[in-house]
Design a protein around this ligand. Structure first.
Ligand code: GDP
Length: 195
């Protein structure tokens, strides 16, 4: 997609605050520091529109980025906050679950996993969760500029195996540094938003 106009329309903590203009939505999920803001910024051709490195502990909201009045990219707060209290974790959990399970215009989810490591237990649980609800998913393996090219196949099969990726879902290697994979991620988003 040719992206010129992006606005951060709103932040929401509960369903009544979600946008009501009916545009399709694609949600992005991943542990903090996995490279979610960097992926969003790459997709929308900005350097620092989405805030990078969200601080654990501060108020977490769903952030809806309006793309060209055609689509919302929804930044879902990072899961796996070590420094956050159990109560806060439960509240994030409820907010995320409410969104993922009730949102009619949600067309797909992008789960980010750090390409330098085996997917974490949190990554696996998150994928199982969205698969259970039959939400089409793209797994994006981030920071691939840090992984030698001859390791990419191994990386990808490790993700397939650890996360038990369904045949209907896809994996995409990505780097915010080199922009590798940007077009493929957009292609996937566009294919889902038109379904
Ligand atoms: P978030 O917490 O998931 O939003 O993660 P950020 O986008 O803020 O990225 C966390 C850290 O990883 C930052 O220091 C980024 O510069 C770095 N990072 C993100 N994407 C990449 C990438 O593709 N390659 C490399 N080398 N570093 C990255």
């Amino acid at each position: 997609m040719q992206v010129n106009n992006v606005s951060m329309n709103l932040s929401a903590v509960s369903a009544k605050q979600y946008p009501d203009d009916g545009y399709p939505e694609i949600a992005l999920l991943g542990r903090s520091n996995v490279g979610k803001s960097s992926l969003i910024n790459t997709l929308i051709n900005r350097k620092s529109f989405a805030r990078t490195s969200s601080t654990p502990g501060k108020t977490q909201t769903l952030n809806f980025y309006n793309i060209e009045n055609q689509l919302y990219l929804v930044d879902v707060p990072g899961y796996g906050f070590a420094k956050v209290s159990k109560k806060q974790r439960e509240e994030f959990g409820t907010m995320i679950e409410e969104y993922l399970t009730t949102r009619k215009v949600l067309k797909g989810v992008i789960i980010l996993t750090d390409g330098r490591h085996v997917p974490s237990d949190d990554d696996v649980s998150m994928y199982q969760y969205v698969s259970y609800y039959h939400i089409p998913t793209l797994i994006v393996s981030t920071k691939m500029d840090k992984v030698k090219k001859n390791q990419w196949n191994k990386s990808s099969s490790q993700i397939m195996k650890t996360m038990q990726v369904n045949q209907t879902d896809d994996i995409q290697m990505f780097s915010a540094e080199t922009k590798y994979g940007k077009e493929q991620v957009w292609d996937w988003i566009e294919s889902k938003m038109n379904e």
